[in-house]
Design a binder for this molecule. Structure first.
Ligand code: AMP
Length: 183
């Protein structure tokens, strides 16, 4: 499967803005809105993702709330796949399955509709989010895909904050791909 050239990676990286101390002191927030409003960078990213997964027989792209919705829905349309939202607890109206995961203090929970894969057993699902940090959210999302009898073909991120080691949490469950690695 295809990867980007160093020049293309640099172009994407420079389109992402760092916001220090957001949403709380000590966090360097990776703001992808400056990639989204840069048509050339957004196009470069989406062309790359479409190239990478075009022949992977993806039935559904599952995006994690909320930035995973943006990339996931655009990619699903390009691949001729369905789009499935994975949302924070209490947002989805139908019957859901849920998965809890640990935060620094306490727990959080994400949900997916139980019939999200339209009863297609072994549905080939690509998971997508903008960023993997500790990996807790993505690990829970892969578990949801499996609980709904889907097969997670790959968990795909625009950015991997490699110093947090989140990839290690997900790799036992699914292959992991990050377009950009930030050390
Ligand atoms: P985690 O479960 O720790 O891997 O956190 C991943 C989720 O938190 C993703 O949905 C990210 O969008 C968000 N996130 C965590 N850290 C950052 C960061 N430094 N900049 C932007 N988003 C982040």
């Amino acid at each position: 499967m295809k990867t980007l050239s160093p020049q293309e990676k640099a172009r994407l990286l420079e389109s992402i803005r760092d916001i220090p101390d957001f949403p709380k002191p000590g966090i360097l927030f990776k703001d992808i809105t400056t990639l989204l409003n840069d048509a050339e960078a957004f196009g470069l990213l989406m062309n790359h993702l479409a190239d990478r997964y075009r022949d992977a027989d993806i039935d559904f792209v599952a995006g994690i709330e909320s930035r995973g919705f943006i990339f996931g829905a655009a990619l699903a349309d390009r691949l001729g796949a369905g789009f499935v939202p994975i949302r924070k607890k209490g947002k989805l109206p139908g019957t859901t399955i849920a998965e809890k995961y640990a935060l620094e203090y306490g727990f959080d929970e994400i949900e997916m509709h139980i019939d999200a894969f339209r009863e297609k057993e072994g549905a080939r699902v690509l998971l997508i989010d903008d960023l993997i940090a500790t990996g807790g959210t993505a690990e829970a999302a892969v578990k949801l895909i499996r609980a709904a009898k889907g097969s997670c073909v790959e968990a795909c991120f625009l950015i991997d904050l490699t110093f947090l080691g989140g990839r290690k949490k997900v790799e036992p469950l699914a292959s992991v791909y990050a377009v950009l690695e930030v050390a």
